[in-house]
Design a protein around this ligand. Sequence first.
Ligand code: IMP
Length: 178
Amino acid sequence: MGEIRVHDKQFEPYLNASMIAGRIKEIAGKLNKDYADKKPLFIAILNGSFMFASDLFKELAIDAEICFIKLASYKGTKSTGHVLTAIGLDMDLFGRDVVIVEDIVDTGKTLSEFLPQLKHQQPASLKIVALLHKPEATVFPITIDYLGFSIPNKFVVGYGLDYDGLGRNIPEIFKLIE
Ligand code: IMP
C-alpha cells in the first residue's frame, strides 16, 4: 500500500500486516506461557483496541475470558476534577488475573487514572498489554508488561486506531506525514 488520505491529512505506511501479526504471535506465546495454569480475564478498552484484542485473543491457547469496556470522562466536583468511568465492566475482578488490552499508550493519562480503579477491586494480578507505546510522549509513566511496538511521537492511524473517527478499518498502521 502507498500513501493514504484520512480526512485532510496524508499518511504513509508504517507497520504492515505481517509485522503486526508476527508481533502478536510473539506476545501471545508469552501470555500462553505466563498464564498457562491460570484463567486470565482480558479487559479490552474500546474503541481503538477492538482489532488488536481480536487478533491477540485468537492466538491464545489457554483458558481465558475477555470483556470489552469503554472509558467515559465525566465532570466531577471541583476538587475531583473529571472522573473516568468504565462502562460495561460487569465482571467481579476480585482474585482474578486481569490483563488490560490497550491499542496505544500515549501520555499514559488514561491508564494512570483507570488502573487505580481496577486495583481497588483487588485482582490477584494486573498486567497491561499494549500494541503501541510512544515513550517520548510520556507524562504519566505506565509499566507495559507486554508491548507490541515502541514508536516515535507521531500520530498513527489504522488497525483500529482512528483520526477523528476515520481510519479504523485500515488493516495496517500508517504514520502522519508532517
Ligand atoms: P493516553 O491517555 O495519552 O495514553 O492516550 C491513550 C489514547 O489516546 C489511546 O487509547 C488512543 O485512543 C488515543 N491516541 C493516542 N495516540 C494516538 C495516535 O497516534 N493515533 C490514534 N489515537 C491515539
